[in-house]
Ligand binder design. Structure first.
Ligand code: 5GP
Ligand code: MG
Length: 463
């Protein structure tokens, strides 16, 4: 999970990239980087932390040029050294090539082996470094053919932005797992962004999404496009979890507005699992939209039962026994006067490990809620993701080890219901063409041998 930006042909390329990353902050809070090019030199700034901390005013002044790439990274268990912050930048025969990646490749081991055999030396553990190696090895004057040749060697999920001198290139894997869209800044400058909310911030006009399997090459206000072989409508496997939780509700992705999709998920949830209560509330912020849809559908008032503190920053106090629930309470605080003695329907977008839900419910009880009926706007998450969503192993996914009733007992709610798979898919504008492997275990792209063994081990309960 990451956010990516590319800017073509604009005098404030790096500053716009910075703004774009600001809007994509939810896609990665761990580190951020910007690379820019002014036809003579290449500039880069990379730092750990939030976008607002990673770049100072001076950095943005020094990032000169009219083409730029940006990346913000989600914290994963991988190495967090500054070297591993994207965009990955290389110089080949004096010319810069940079790339920023969202998604996970599934054939990295094979590619590493092949490239190392041929003499490549790797400096980072990033997928994007592999891609740059592939690029410099097969350089072709015909840029479209060059990118087709390289990207057909990649398997897995990738939305990519590249800077090759003054050309900005964007690409999506042929399943279109991760989003990427094109915006227009003016007649001669374009932007590529993971989500359209980034275009809004920089006042760019939404042009369209990069299509699954499409590669777009942008220079001086011209867009050329080419498709990877084998891309077709029937291959689409867009990540449905982007719609459920990950993307921002003010974004337009996969042909739909995320806010409306979430409201429809909530309405469908109400149809499938109504309950009697004094009011409907959400676990903010991610549950807000489904909760609104649920309340509208069922005709029970929507109330705000929990207030979010927006000033938490990074919590640095290590919780001792005494401060055990500190992390939970600092962010969200229930309103006692709203909850006391009430029967409530609590809508949440998803349950992953179940631990935060459990603490929230405990807080709601402490605030006086009499009955808690929890409703989840997606099916039980039972399978890990190999394409970029940071879901833990099956062992940690509560729904792959417990029945719905056992989960209800664990989080201590009076009732717990999940949206059905069919119900979830039915509210999507284009019902086919989504990856729902985290619910069904039906992986649209073969997962690597070593990982599939690991999956089987978990299924058999030996790990
Ligand atoms: P749980 O109750 O499973 O511990 O936590 C569920 C909560 O985590 C939900 O509020 C959901 O919005 C949020 N969530 C779902 N997926 C992710 C994810 O991939 N990363 C993070 N940080 N939170 C997630
Ligand atoms: Mg949440």
């Amino acid at each position: 999970m990451c956010g990516i930006i590319g800017i073509s042909n604009h005098p404030d390329a790096a500053k716009l990239t910075f703004l774009g990353l600001y809007a994509l902050q939810h896609r990665g809070e761990e580190a951020a980087g910007i690379v820019s090019y002014d036809k003579e030199n290449i500039y880069k700034v990379k730092n750990e932390g939030l976008v607002s901390d990673a770049f100072g005013e001076k950095d943005l002044e020094e990032l000169k040029g009219s083409t730029a790439l940006g990346h913000c990274r989600y914290s994963t268990t991988g190495s967090s050294s500054v070297r591993n912050i994207q965009p990955f930048l290389a110089k080949h025969k004096g010319n810069p090539i940079a790339v920023a990646h969202n998604g996970n490749l599934t054939n990295t081991e094979v590619l590493y082996d092949k490239l190392e055999e041929q003499g490549s030396i790797f400096q980072t553990s990033m997928d994007s470094e592999i891609i740059v190696h592939l690029l410099v090895r097969s350089r072709n004057e015909d840029m479209k053919q060059w990118f087709v040749d390289v990207l057909t060697q990649l398997k897995g999920a990738f939305s990519l932005v590249f800077l090759v001198e003054d050309v900005i290139i964007g690409a999506r894997d042929s399943n279109g797992i991760k989003p990427l869209c094109i915006g227009k800044l003016d007649n001669s400058s374009y932007v590529l962004a993971s989500e359209s909310c980034a275009l809004d911030l920089m006042n760019a006009e939404f042009v369209r999404e990069v299509q699954p399997g499409e590669i777009v090459l942008i220079k001086n206000g011209n867009i050329e496009s080419v498709y990877l072989p084998g891309s077709s409508e029937t291959n689409k496997a867009r990540c449905i979890f982007e719609n459920i939780y990950f993307a921002r509700p003010d974004s337009h992705i996969f042909g739909d507005n995320v806010y409306h999709v979430r409201k429809r998920l909530g309405a469908q949830l109400a149809k499938e699992h109504p309950a009697d209560a004094d009011f409907v509330m959400a676990i903010p912020d991610s549950g807000n939209y489904a909760a609104l849809g649920y309340a509208h559908e069922i005709g029970i008032p929507f109330e705000v039962g929990i207030i979010r503190n927006h000033y938490i920053g990074r919590t640095f106090i290590q919780p001792t026994q005494f401060l055990r629930d500190f992390r939970v309470r600092i962010k969200l605080n229930p309103i006692r006067d709203v909850l006391k003695g009430k029967k409530v329907i609590v809508v949440e977008d998803s349950i992953v490990r179940g631990t935060t839900s459990r603490s929230r419910v405990e807080e709601l009880r402490r605030a006086g809620a009499k009955e808690i009926h929890m409703r989840i706007s997606c099916p039980p998450i039972k399978w890990p993701c190999f394409y970029g969503i940071d879901f833990p192993s099956k062992r940690e996914l509560i729904a792959s080890n417990k029945s719905v009733q056992e989960i209800a007992d664990f989080i201590e709610v009076d009732s717990l219901k999940y949206l059905s798979l069919e119900g979830m898919l039915s509210v999507m504008k284009d019902t086919s063409g989504f990856c729902h492997a985290c619910f069904t275990g039906e992986y649209p792209i073969q997962i690597p041998e070593n990982k599939s063994k690991y999956l089987l081990e978990k299924v058999n309960g030996s790990a």
